[in-house]
Design a protein around this ligand. Structure first.
Ligand code: 0L1
Ligand code: MG
Length: 260
């Protein structure tokens, strides 16, 4: 078995993101890379970003919908981290030069009222400790050629995280049935995807609960005030220069950006 140096791989992924240069997936060289090792690499990658003067904005969940899990042939979701420099305001322009091959997906983000520490956290406990929700568009941008990867690859690559556009309307989480919230995702005025909150592990609060329980295995927890992306309600859709991307969430409002 070929042993890998976590720091070296994190550095390669870091440079790929910085230079907008796709790379071949790391499991071609390290086919025995485990999920645990991949999270070790992800931790080092996030540390490199922090050294470059950016802070963790909040965690995110990925692969939380059945469609995405089936596509990847996995049973479990994954997590990664959004950093401050990745977050954009609503209704702005984002240059395509900031990406390799961007895709967009519509998500609901949670803002916690209290710390949440697993194990054994349920969706109901998450809702009891959530202050607000906000609509979000996540732009993912795998560093791997043609978005081709295995589960350890994508975990090491910080779950393909690249940018997030947050809505400007925060809603009391208790006012909505989040599993029933409908979403349309439009590109240039044409609806390309639609779904409801239930696409995310039956209820987006279950995604946050799963995250709390995953972090607990490493002694981690979710913190009050953190903004947590719960995973794509819609599939991720390729975007191109000039595209106007908009997601409309029933009761949560619209989130949009223009890709320049
Ligand atoms: O946010 C996500 O669901 C990304 C998960 C990684 C898989 C992908 O890049 O499509
Ligand atoms: Mg996502």
């Amino acid at each position: 078995m070929k042993t890998c140096n976590y720091n070296d791989i994190a550095q390669i992924l870091y440079e790929a993101e910085r230079n907008k240069q796709e790379i071949t997936r790391i499991t071609l060289e390290y086919p025995d890379l485990t999920i645990e090792e991949a999270y070790e690499i992800q931790e080092r990658l996030v540390s490199l970003k922090k050294k470059a003067h950016t802070r963790v904005f909040g965690p995110k969940m990925g692969l939380t919908s059945r469609a995405k899990m089936e596509q990847m042939n996995v049973k479990d979701p994954i997590y990664g981290y959004i950093l401050d420099h990745m977050v954009h305001e609503n209704n702005k322009t984002i240059p395509i030069e900031e990406f390799i091959h961007p895709k967009v997906e519509a998500e609901i983000a949670f803002i916690l009222e209290n710390d949440i520490e697993g194990p054994g956290i349920t969706g109901a406990q998450v809702l009891a400790n959530t202050k607000y929700v906000v609509g979000a568009l996540e732009i993912i941008d795998s560093r791997y050629e043609n978005f081709q990867f295995t589960l350890p690859d994508v975990i090491a690559d910080n779950a393909s995280s690249s940018k997030v556009v947050l809505g400007d309307k925060i809603i009391n989480a208790k006012e909505l049935e989040l599993d029933l919230v409908g979403v349309t995702l439009s590109i240039n005025g044409n609806i390309v995807e639609m779904g409801a909150g239930a696409a995310v592990l039956s209820h987006p609060a279950n995604s946050v609960a799963t995250l709390a329980n995953m972090l607990a295995r490493k002694g981690g927890k979710l913190n009050k005030g953190e903004i947590i992306l719960t995973g794509g309600i819609t599939s991720a859709v390729m975007i191109n220069r000039g595209d106007y991307v908009s997601a409309k969430f029933d009761g949560i409002g619209e989130v949009n950006f223009k890709m320049k």
